[in-house]
Design a protein around this ligand. Sequence first.
Ligand SMILES: C[S@@+](CC[C@H](N)C(=O)[O-])C[C@H]1O[C@@H](n2cnc3c(N)ncnc32)[C@H](O)[C@@H]1O
Length: 246
Amino acid sequence: MLAYMYDFYNSHTLKGQNDDIKYYKEQIKYYNAKTVLIVGAGTGRVAIPLNDVAKVTALDFDEGRLEVLREKLNSIETICCNIKEFITNKQYDIIIFPYSTIQFSNSEVEIDSIIKQLLKFVSSNTVILFDISDSFRYKEDKENIFLFTDYCNEVSDKVSVYYTSKKYDKYIEFNVIYKLDSKNLSLLEHEKYYYYDEEMYKKLFKQNTLNILKIDQGYGDGNFTHKHIYHVKKGSSFATERSYEK
Ligand SMILES: C[S@@+](CC[C@H](N)C(=O)[O-])C[C@H]1O[C@@H](n2cnc3c(N)ncnc32)[C@H](O)[C@@H]1O
C-alpha cells in the first residue's frame, strides 16, 4: 500500500522535477541510445515516458513500486534488484540514476561499490547519467509538519500527509506519515539522502576510471540549477564541464 503513496505524494509536491523527462529524451537522442537502464525507476515516473523513445529496463529494489509501474505499463521490462548486486550480459547505451537515486542511503563507500559494480557490465560506449541534488544540505529540520489532505484514488480513502526532516553531518532523514482517514491506519515512509559533495564524486569517478563527459546544471530551462547531472563514461579521455545547453 505504501508504494501507492509515492505517486500521490509526487502529484502534490513535484514541480519542475518533471522537466527531467524532456531532458532525458533529449539525451537519448543526442547519444543515439536505443537501450536505457533506469536505476531507481520507482513507479515509472521517468521510465514509462522514456520507453516511448528507447527500450527501457526499469530497475528498483522496491518490488511494491515496480508492481505499481507494471500496473501502468506491463510491457516494460522490470528488474527487482539492488544495483549494488546487479550484473547482466546486456549492453545498455545509457544508464540513468534519476532524481537523487545515487544519494539514497549511500555513503562514499557505498557509492564506490555501486560504481565498481557498474564497471562489471558497462561497455566503453555506455553513458551513465547521475542526477545529483545539492538541495538537501540547505533544508531545515522540521517536526511533524502537516503538508496536505486529499482523496487518494489508489487506496480509496482521504489521506493526510505529515513530514519530518532531521539533518545529520552527512545526510538528511525524511519521515513522511500518511494517515488514512477511514481505515484508522498510518503508513510511514523513511528515506535518507546524502548531501552532494562535488570533490567526492570527482574523486570516485577518477579512481574508477569513469571520465566526466560533462555536468549539466539543471534540466535546460534555467531552473533547478541545484541539480547536477553528471555524464560519465568508462575510460574516455576528455572531460569538459558546462551548464546545460541545447
Ligand atoms: C527518489 S526515488 C526516484 C523514483 C523515480 N525514478 C522518480 O524519479 O520518481 C529513488 C528510487 O530508487 C530506488 N533505489 C534506491 N537505491 C537503490 C538501489 N541501491 N538499488 C535499486 N533501487 C534503489 C528506491 O527504491 C526509489 O524507488
